[in-house]
Design a protein around this ligand. Structure first.
Ligand code: LLP
Length: 440
């Protein structure tokens, strides 16, 4: 992917940096991000939208996929908007200097203090998920005599799966206002009545790692049908249609993501068709890609340690990280591809289970990894496409410290998250005598 090459010594290079040198300088496990590839993905999204003349659009990077101060600064530099889903993500964005007007706040259970933070910062939009939030936000805005732009998250009853999508007659999701049972109608009515909430449009997110366009088209048709009803019943005007994220990426040979432009064309064309059908003005189209912006740009570099051969059953090769830096294989049976980064030209003639170091049998990063026979203790293994939901879902299980993160481009590496230390691990801990003093 991107700027990955193999040099004469047979070492994997990313962004013009030899991974062996990166391991030496920053240690392993190490998350390496190819920032040129991130920028390329962003430009593919922009180009796809720009093909549609006169269209207004916004790309909000879903920061849940990977959020650090430097990452948000890169997103800001690229002129994208940002989707945050918690006070922590919002805090990171604000600290990074992100323009608050381009921040959109998501989540199915935003707290009063999180909403206060959003109102204080005067962020661009709150995506309201439920009646509790609608009421709370209205009350808070009234107290502050402040207005805020909102979108309503709706559940269109389209569930996107990896390879197919199914229309579910009955929605079962913790997110959003259901369209098929009057919930969304009521939410639109109440929002329009509010003097402080400026209802700009609606939002849906149908799933993640989607390889087809039908789910997006289906969701848009259903939403626009309701928009037409609201236009007639409540004089509602749709300024923004946000169709969320979910664009698929390549992890292994089995994944065949569509070119970004295919998704965008379908989304824009379907919206235009439906506007024509119902005689509505074309809204701004917003999307929220996360995985497709950062997934393929991330590579995790590990050092091999122990190995175990079980004759006739399986060979295990263990690395110095695992489910603590990438929970996805054990949580979703997610598949990844790996190579021996310092023996990249040797034939991958041996099949091993690439195991992590956590005390859990399920901590296997790749069940059947093809690596060179000689790959053993001290060698480096690179696991590809770990840029989304790896670092952001990392844990401290077994009190394993979180790896460092480096950005690489044009033969330069910059550390954007330093490696955690053991001291970091106990920073919030209180000693026992403290506890007994409090409780006595
Ligand atoms: N917008 C909303 C409202 C979302 O809920 C999500 C993802 C996105 C945008 C971004 O979706 P993306 O473009 O990244 O697919 N932890 C899981 C993925 C969970 C996605 C949750 N929502 C994983 O590792 O696969």
């Amino acid at each position: 992917f991107g700027t990955q090459t193999i040099n004469e010594q047979g070492h994997l290079c990313i962004g013009g940096m030899d991974t062996k040198d990166l391991a030496k300088e920053f240690g392993t496990p190490l998350y390496i991000y190819d920032t040129a590839l991130i920028k390329q993905k962003i430009s593919e999204f922009k180009q796809a939208f720009n093909q549609h003349e006169g269209l207004k659009w916004q790309i909000a990077y879903a920061s849940k996929a990977f959020s650090t101060v430097a990452m948000i600064q890169l997103i800001d530099q690229q002129g994208l908007s940002l989707d945050v889903v918690s006070g922590g993500e919002l805090y990171t964005a604000l600290k990074a200097g992100m323009n608050p007007e381009r921040i959109h706040f998501h989540g199915n259970n935003k707290s009063e203090s999180e909403l206060a933070m959003a109102l204080d910062a005067k962020i661009g939009a709150v995506i309201v998920d439920n009646f509790y939030e609608l009421k709370l936000l209205e009350k808070m805005c009234a107290e502050r005599n402040q207005e805020i732009a909102i979108l309503l998250r709706v559940t269109p009853g389209v569930e996107a799966h990896t390879h197919e999508f199914i229309m579910t007659g009955q929605d079962d999701s913790k997110f959003g206002f259901n369209l098929d049972n009057g919930m969304a109608d009521e939410a639109v009515k109440r929002s329009l009545r509010s003097p402080h909430l400026n209802l700009k449009g609606i939002h849906s997110h149908i799933g993640s790692q989607i390889f087809e366009t039908d789910g997006f088209a289906g969701a848009i048709r259903i939403m626009m049908k309701h928009v037409d009803t609201w236009a007639r019943d409540f004089a509602f005007q749709l300024d923004v249609l946000n169709v969320g994220g979910g664009f698929g990426i390549h992890y292994t040979e089995g994944d065949n993501p569509l070119p970004i432009e295919r998704y965008i064309d379908t989304i824009v064309d379907t919206t235009e068709e439906e506007c024509t059908r119902y005689n509505l003005t074309m809204p701004e189209v917003w999307i929220e890609p996360g995985r497709s912006v950062v997934g393929e740009a991330g590579t995790t570099l590990y050092t091999v340690g122990s190995s175990k051969k079980i004759p006739g059953i399986r060979n295990y090769l263990s690395v110095d990280g695992g489910m603590s830096d990438n929970i996805r294989p054990s949580l979703y049976q997610a598949q990844y591809k790996a190579i021996c980064a310092n023996k990249a030209l040797e034939p991958a003639d041996s099949q091993v289970a690439l195991a992590g170091k956590c005390c859990e049998s399920g901590d296997v990063l790749i069940k059947e990894a093809d690596l060179p026979e000689s790959c053993s203790a001290g060698d480096l293994v690179a696991v590809f496409s770990t840029g989304a939901y790896g670092y952001s879902m990392a844990s401290h299980y077994n009190r394993i410290t979180n790896p460092a993160v480096v950005f690489v481009e044009n033969g330069e590496a910059s550390l954007v998250v330093r490696r955690e230390t053991y001291e970091d691990l106990i920073r919030q801990d209180m000693a026992l005598n403290n506890l007994s003093r409090n409780s006595s």
